[in-house]
Design a protein around this ligand. Structure first.
Ligand code: FES
Ligand code: FES
Length: 214
């Protein structure tokens, strides 16, 4: 009987050494905040700073200290409780976080809270007036243009902006206007119908207002 050939001995892998600055001052991921702020020149993690912002949200002025890196969507939800604005991807893909900044739609996960300083933000919570839903909200309700509802705040805010630009969009124009907003329940058919219905409601409302003003 022949003996099995001896297995080759594994060579030990030399451990990589940490970069020089970590060896001198420790890893910034594991050191305490006090340590982080105390040493130079190798410290690359800067002390946290905050900036004062003043922003009008849904008609109310808020003044707060925020970190410069705070996203507008996080400021709205976590600091001032506007949880009607939702966060889906945080990477400006899904449109769930859409709000209006000075009347135009923006994805609030791609705007810093400090960029909203001195500006006016409208969220889905500020769309209804005196207890009356906005015509786009009414049309979404009438056409059942939602399933789980997660995309709905962003869809509605984007639709309002779209109809502000084009009061009478055809189906293709609605689809193009909403292309930055994703519905994972794939309820697009009813959403498109709702937006076109809302366009009609808004045109009628404007005509009635114009008639009443004469
Ligand atoms: S959470 Fe802002 S685009 Fe998805
Ligand atoms: S209704 Fe569920 S994601 Fe659009």
């Amino acid at each position: 009987m022949t003996r099995p050939a001896p297995r080759p001995r594994r060579r030990s892998v030399p451990q990589r050494r940490a970069p020089l600055e970590f060896r001198q001052s420790g890893c910034p991921l594991t050191r305490s905040g006090e340590e982080l702020h105390s040493d130079t020149p190798h410290n690359r993690v800067k002390p946290e700073v905050s900036m004062r912002i003043s922003v009008v949200v849904d008609g109310t002025r808020y003044s707060d200290d925020v970190e410069p890196r705070t996203l507008l969507v996080h400021y709205l939800r976590e600091r001032i409780g506007k949880v009607g604005t939702v966060s889906g991807c945080d990477t400006s893909n899904c449109g769930a976080c859409t709000v209006h900044l000075d009347g135009r739609s923006v994805k609030s996960c791609s705007v810093l809270a400090v960029q909203a300083d001195g500006h006016e933000v409208t969220t889905i919570e500020g769309l209804a007036h005196d207890g009356a839903l906005h015509p786009v909200q009414e049309a979404f309700h009438a056409h059942h243009a939602l399933q789980c509802g997660y995309c709905t705040p962003g869809m509605i805010m984007q639709s309002v902006d779209l109809l502000g630009e084009n009061p009478d969009p055809d189906e293709q124009q609605v689809r193009e206007g909403l292309e930055g907003n994703l519905c994972r329940c794939t309820g697009y058919q009813n959403i498109v119908r709702a937006v076109q219905d809302a366009a009609g409601r808004m045109r009628e409302g404007s005509a009635a207002q114009a008639g009443g003003a004469r």
